[in-house]
Design a protein around this ligand. Structure first.
Ligand code: TYM
Length: 348
């Protein structure tokens, strides 16, 4: 029997931040470490997704390698054959399936994608690319080519996961069983042991999500920030004038965000605490400075230890893993692609 597939990817369009780490990288690595005997784990670098919005192309190649290093430093076991680490552009079936699926996805469906609306609103019309518009179809191909069942993503990507399910069901209905339909979002959360999708907020503007493309970077904790720089960002995080720690995302979004971040970082530092335990511990505290210092210290400890592990990562080991996984990934992806090519009449 084939094992269910868990799959995710993180774009290489900038330095990675703690939202990427806790939203997508850590959940899949956790599964890879604990349950690789039951599941196949695919962690990839969606490099073709990296320039759907403008980037500095001189840095892309290095950023792609850096993502792979970050995965390794976060604990991805590179010596396990049930775990695949690959680059999207090294498996041409991703592009080919996208071109086919494009013909079965409506213009209106893509136009309604929140991320497309948000990102395109920030660009002048002539810089809104067809690539940005088509991004979710490429993402659907990434998932469907490998028959993935579980896809850990942050909350901002759940709409893309839902459209992937729609596309898979639509194609299966029209052509017979072509694709494995990934589990619905609620089941995904259950599988990864969460109540809801994670959305870490910007420290300066806690009503918006922490994002790689934030221009100033002041509200974003990058994995490459020095522990000291991260400490300063936490200490200057926007809070409120209520002056009392309380978990209330509406009235106290900044403090609530810090409570969530503190829980995640404590867990990463090896302390088994839940969000509720963290909330219970700090609710009512009247000194935000003291609370922020605790978060800042915990964050500094996390970054120092992560960066020490990153410095130990060996590029040759990563390259060998990429190359061997890309052979396996091409085999799996080409099988799915051939099924689709046959179904639509391109092959017999
Ligand atoms: P990307 O690179 O924009 O984001 C990578 C992952 O990080 C999550 N994330 C967050 N989680 C919590 N809080 C935040 N502030 C935060 N910011 C980002 C994202 O939800 C994402 O899970 N389209 C994907 C990349 C992709 C992909 C795929 C993922 C391409 N193909 C197939 C899964 C399966 C993306 O947005 O990447």
């Amino acid at each position: 029997m084939t094992r269910p597939v868990i799959l995710t990817g993180v774009r290489a369009n900038n330095d990675l931040h703690i939202g990427n780490y806790f939203g997508a990288i850590l959940p899949i690595i956790d599964m890879a470490r604990r349950r690789s005997a039951e599941y196949t784990v695919n962690l990839f670098i969606p490099d073709l997704h990296s320039f759907t919005t403008p980037i500095n192309h001189d840095q892309l190649f290095d950023s792609i390698m850096n993502n792979a290093r970050v995965y390794a430093a976060a604990g991805l076991p590179l010596d396990d054959d049930a775990i695949q680490l690959y680059r999207q552009s090294y498996v041409s079936a991703h592009s080919e399936l996208t071109i086919i699926l494009n013909n079965f996805v409506g213009f209106g469906e893509m136009e309604r994608m929140t991320q497309f609306k948000d990102k395109s609103a920030k660009l002048s019309n002539d810089r809104v690319s067809v690539g940005l518009f088509d991004y979710p179809v490429l993402m659907a191909s990434d998932i469907l080519l490998y028959n993935a069942m579980y896809v850990p993503v942050g909350d901002d990507q759940t709409q893309h996961l839902e459209i992937t399910r729609d596309i898979a069901e639509r194609m299966n209905h029209k052509f017979g069983e072509l694709f494995t339909v990934p589990e619905p979002v609620a089941k995904q959360h259950q599988f990864f042991g969460k109540d809801q999708g994670l959305r870490i907020k910007d420290l300066q503007n806690p009503t918006k999500k922490m994002s790689k493309s934030d221009e100033t970077g002041k509200g974003v904790i990058f994995l490459s920030d020095t522990p000291d720089a991260a400490r300063k960002k936490i200490m200057s995080a926007a809070t409120d004038s209520l002056g009392r720690v309380h978990y209330d995302k509406e009235a106290q979004p900044g403090i609530s965000n810090l409570l969530e971040i503190l829980t995640l970082v404590r867990q990463a530092n090896g302390r088994a605490v839940s969000l509720q335990q963290t909330i219970d511990e700090f609710t009512g505290l009247e000194r935000y400075g003291k609370f922020k210092t605790i978060v800042a210290d915990e964050m500094a400890e996390f970054l120092a230890s992560f960066q020490a592990r990153l410095a130990q990562v060996d590029d040759d080991t990563i390259l060998r893993k990429l190359e061997s996984s890309e052979i396996t990934a091409n085999q799996t992806a080409n099988q799915t692609l051939l099924r689709v090519q046959k179904a639509v009449g391109l092959r017999c």
